[in-house]
Design a protein around this ligand. Structure first.
Ligand code: SPV
Ligand code: MG
Length: 294
């Protein structure tokens, strides 16, 4: 009851906390629940992994209402905040303000919007992806800020300037403009295999604004380097899906080959664990209260 009032911490708390915080990817309710139970303070609802888990590309092939429907299963089962990847905002400033309104109504804690062109492509494919103009993108940020219905709702502006090969000056110019437009944090994305450009950005971006990073490609950088650079929040962006894909394939291959469950039974989650995760135990309580003997 009154679950929505029980969110442990807001996304704003996480972004503004003095120490570096970590969000981990989830793409459905069961992965969200596991991520929260493990101890993460929040969840990254990834566009890449939600799309991929539904069998489609990270190119806005599912509609934004389908994305929100998918995320609603996640918000239903966790108390920790969920940051939703809304790609480019699914259209212009007008589409984005409606998205923000609906996310607030569905109790999603915040969103991250990127400065590319609809329909987007994933940052790790293609060469020089086109960026939105600063004027257009700051208009979108402002429209989102003006239409949030919950004061704790967070809008993170993500610049793809480094991804698109425009260099550090363009990334800084954009980040400063997005901060001025009201973004609660800046996500600086990079596809470099080392953290040099992201660390340079952290050093030169002096606005009093939290910085968020996604070290998918520069995963070798020790995490304390990000902490020392003052990074607010690190997103581990796709590892739940990648872990489950590998585990499903390995299990299926063994079962297929051996025509038997014997060697996998102790390697997969127990059925009891599945019933625990789907909340089956609560029915005992609820039946006592609502299921009267005739
Ligand atoms: C996602 O997880 O969908 C992201 C991060 O946006 S990335 O895949 O690196 O673009
Ligand atoms: Mg994405």
């Amino acid at each position: 009851l009154y679950k929505h009032q029980n969110k442990k911490r807001t996304l704003k708390d996480i972004l503004l906390s003095p120490t570096t915080e970590y969000l981990m990817e989830a793409h459905n309710a069961i992965s969200a629940k596991i991520i929260e139970e493990v101890g993460f303070s929040g969840i990254w609802a990834s566009g890449l992994t939600i799309s991929s888990s539904l069998g489609v590309r990270d190119r806005n092939e599912i509609s934004w209402t389908q994305v929100i429907d998918a995320v609603e299963y996640m918000t239903d089962v966790v108390d920790c905040p969920i940051l939703l990847d809304v790609d480019t905002g699914y259209g212009d400033y007008n589409s984005f303000r409606r998205v923000v309104k609906k996310l607030c109504q569905r109790n999603i804690s915040g969103c991250c919007i990127e400065d590319k062109i609809f329909p987007k492509q994933n940052s790790f494919i293609g060469e020089r992806q086109e960026l939105a103009s600063i004027a257009e993108f700051t208009g979108k940020i402002k429209a989102g800020i003006d239409h949030r219905e919950n004061e704790d709702f967070v809008i993170i502006a993500r610049t793809e300037a480094l991804i698109s090969g425009y260099g550090i000056d363009e990334a800084l110019r954009r980040a400063e403009a997005y901060y001025e437009a009201g973004a609660d944090a800046i996500l600086i994305h990079s596809k470099s295999s080392n953290a040099d450009e992201v660390l340079e950005f952290c050093n030169l971006f002096t606005a009093p604004c939290p910085i968020v990073i996604v070290p998918t490609k520069y995963y070798n950088t020790p995490t304390n380097v990000f902490e020392e650079a003052g990074v607010s929040t690190v997103i581990w962006a796709n590892h739940s899906l990648r872990a489950s894909v590998k585990a499903i394939r390995e299990t299926a291959e063994i079962v297929f080959k051996e025509k038997s469950l014997v060697s996998v039974e102790n390697k997969v989650a127990s059925l009891a664990e599945i019933f625990r995760l789907n909340g089956e135990h609560e029915m005992e309580q609820i039946e006592k209260r609502y299921l009267q003997e005739a």
